[in-house]
Design a protein around this ligand. Structure first.
Ligand code: HPA
Length: 277
């Protein structure tokens, strides 16, 4: 058995000593959505630091815990705070929480994040439903001996973002009058923002938005056969597309402003995901 798998199973054991909650949908809360817990009928909370061996995030605004509860009738587990590769963790640790939520029972993964907009038609504050991704600039979390218990050695990546979930999200956005873009999200490692030349390159490669998370989680979840969807909040124009330098504070502030709409979209979509897994 691999050490990665051993560690995952130890974390799972540790979770099960604290709660027997079985979620249907796993939600990863990106920047600005940290207080989404107060929209949930909470059944249990589990700080990451209480889970033996669990990678604990060091980023301000990413204090970490799992929240278990219900969004209307849908049982969910929410990650309040994710782990980023740029914090120095092994890539297998970055995707450990995703894998753990699948082991808990979640069949659907809802990824959210903050990003920089590359598509010239995008503005700060836009929401982009992720239709596909570019993972070439981040390490693949499946490198190493394959964990057969989780999935196959060479997973297909043709349909990572589930069509049916995308249709539901689009319908929800329309009904709630929330403008929703669609596009391709590229993950880079960070922590430095991109250079203007890198953004021009990403644009030529077909990326619409760029960030420092999400794709590796989608790869690990796809490996385990989860249904995946993702929404990115475009919090700034990417480097070289606006005259002002980028700051983490600007990203956080834009995410905070967009949060009420983002939460509405999330709540209504997750409600409708019930029974779709
Ligand atoms: N680049 C990378 N990650 C980001 C950005 C960006 O411009 N904005 C928010 N997260």
């Amino acid at each position: 058995m691999s050490t990665v798998y051993d560690k995952l199973m130890n974390c799972y054991k540790s979770v099960r000593e604290r709660t027997d909650f079985v979620p249907e949908v796993a939600v990863v809360l990106g920047s600005g959505l940290g207080d989404y817990g107060n929209q949930i009928r909470v059944e249990a909370e589990l700080p990451y630091s209480d889970i033996e061996g669990f990678p604990v995030s060091t980023v301000p605004g990413h204090a970490g815990k799992f929240i278990f509860g219900y969004v209307n009738e849908t049982p969910v587990v929410c990650m309040q705070g994710r782990v980023h590769y740029y914090e120095g963790y092994d890539i297998s640790d970055v995707v450990l929480p995703t894998r753990l939520m699948k082991l808990m029972g979640a069949k659907i993964l809802f990824l959210t994040n903050a990003s920089g907009g590359i598509n010239p038609g995008f503005q700060a504050g836009d929401f982009m439903m992720i239709t596909d991704h570019i993972s070439l600039f981040a390490p693949n979390p499946l490198i190493g001996s394959n964990i057969e218990e989780l999935g196959t050695r060479f997973p297909d990546m043709s349909h990572v973002y589930d069509e049916e979930l995308q249709t539901i999200i689009e319908a929800v956005a329309k009904e709630h009058d929330i403008a929703l873009r669609k596009g391709i999200y590229a993950q880079l490692t960070g922590p430095s923002f991109e250079s203007p030349a890198e953004i021009r390159l990403l644009h030529q490669l077909g990326a619409d938005a760029v960030g420092m998370s999400t794709v590796v989680e989608a790869i690990a979840a796809n490996h385990m056969g989860m249904k995946i969807c993702g929404i990115s909040c475009v919090c700034n124009l990417a480097a070289g597309m606006s005259p002002t330098p980028l700051t983490h504070e600007e990203v956080q502030e834009a995410a905070r402003v967009a949060a009420p709409k983002f939460k509405r979209l999330l709540t209504e979509a997750v409600t409708r995901f019930h029974g779709r897994a």
